[in-house]
Design a protein around this ligand. Structure first.
Ligand SMILES: [Zn+2]
Ligand SMILES: [Zn+2]
Length: 347
């Protein structure tokens, strides 16, 4: 049982860990575990190959990944320039940016963890190309690549895909991580994330997967039960500068984490998955260490972690689970996806 406060050095905030609360009686709502078999192609899916989207554009018969500009962009180069000036202290500006969608696969019924290793390597390369393309545009200050997966995080279309928001501002979490990393480098001469990696390795209990150049761990200061970070071992401020070998290793560790997630409850595991990369606002960020963060909303197969009083009301997380226990659960999962196991080996 863990009951203590843990400091989150990247966000500079306390996480309250109260793992003894995990088994308290629950009579609230649950999330449906949909194990229905989906087909490879769905006629009215706007992401499947050959289908028309709301814009009238028709998707090509793509074979691997497919990137297009979001038909309902939240930020766009076409956002209105003529804005009404608000009164007094209020300020506004155009919602300029570029929003894109990246389909991982033509197959409607796959999850990221089910893609072949080479397909995940290809996807990481697509992320690298997209980053390089968007980062150099003068109006763009940050490139946020993220996947929302599962109905638990509000995604109704299971077709495997992620989104890109290239924005004219830096998102708050990235701004915080950039600031903490920069200050740590100035004060200690060390990369903050490297110090986190060193402490995780020293403890060892929360490391989920590892190879020569990449690592995944459930951080000491995790806010969500199954929060996992995936990172290259060498510091790169963004994904674009990973070498071919690092890209392969990163894809390998990423796949192992995803497979363990899906295996945990033998269901597509819901999560929010942002890539945390340094801003592209023209400054250098030598202390920023690129990583992926998984923020899974479930605590148990059918039980959501609701953000309530402490999180929304106060702004700090209250974790109902111990990071060591949850890491042990993930470590114990097979590296072979449950859908690919022979039936008799299914647990
Ligand atoms: Zn589809
Ligand atoms: Zn981060």
């Amino acid at each position: 049982m863990v009951w203590e406060e843990r400091w989150h050095p990247l966000r500079e905030e306390w996480v309250i860990v109260a793992a003894h609360r995990q088994d308290r009686p629950w009579s609230g709502s649950t999330v449906k575990n949909k194990s229905e078999e989906l087909p490879e192609y769905v006629e009215d899916c706007y992401l499947c190959p050959g289908n028309a989207r709301v814009s009238g554009m028709v998707n090509p018969q793509y074979r691997q990944t497919f990137v297009f500009d979001n038909d309902h962009p939240s930020v766009s180069t076409e956002a209105p320039i003529e804005l009404t000036t608000p009164p007094g202290i209020f300020r506004n500006r155009p919602a300029h940016g570029i929003a894109r969608v990246v389909c991982y696969s033509p197959k409607h019924n796959l999850t990221l963890g089910e893609l072949a290793p080479a397909e995940i390597v290809n996807l990481v390369q697509v992320w690298q190309q997209q980053y390089k393309d968007l980062a150099t545009r003068p109006e763009i200050e940050h490139v946020l690549i993220f996947e929302n997966k599962g109905e638990a995080v509000g995604v109704s279309n299971p077709h495997p895909h992620c989104q890109i928001y290239a924005t004219n501002f830096v998102f708050k979490t990235i701004e915080t991580e950039a600031r903490t990393s920069e200050r740590h480098l100035a004060e200690t001469g060390q990369v903050l994330f490297q110090d986190i990696l060193a402490a995780e390795k020293e403890d060892g209990r929360r490391i989920i997967a590892e190879n020569e150049t990449a690592i995944a761990f459930l951080p000491y200061f995790a806010r969500y039960a199954y929060e996992v970070f995936v990172a290259p071992k060498v510091t790169h401020p963004n994904i674009a500068s990973l070498s071919d070998c690092e890209t392969r290793d990163f894809a390998d560790v990423l796949k192992r984490v995803l497979v363990k997630f899906d295996n945990l409850w033998q269901m597509p595991f819901p999560y929010v998955m942002p890539l945390h990369q340094a801003p592209v606002d023209g400054r250098d960020y030598p202390g920023f260490h690129f990583h992926i963060e998984f923020h899974p909303p479930l605590r148990k197969p059918n039980l959501l972690k609701y953000l309530a009083g402490p999180e929304i009301g106060g702004g700090n997380f209250l974790s109902d689970t111990s990071a060591e226990d949850k890491a042990a659960e993930l470590r114990a999962q097979s590296d072979i996806h449950y859908k690919h196991l022979p039936k008799q080996e299914m647990r």
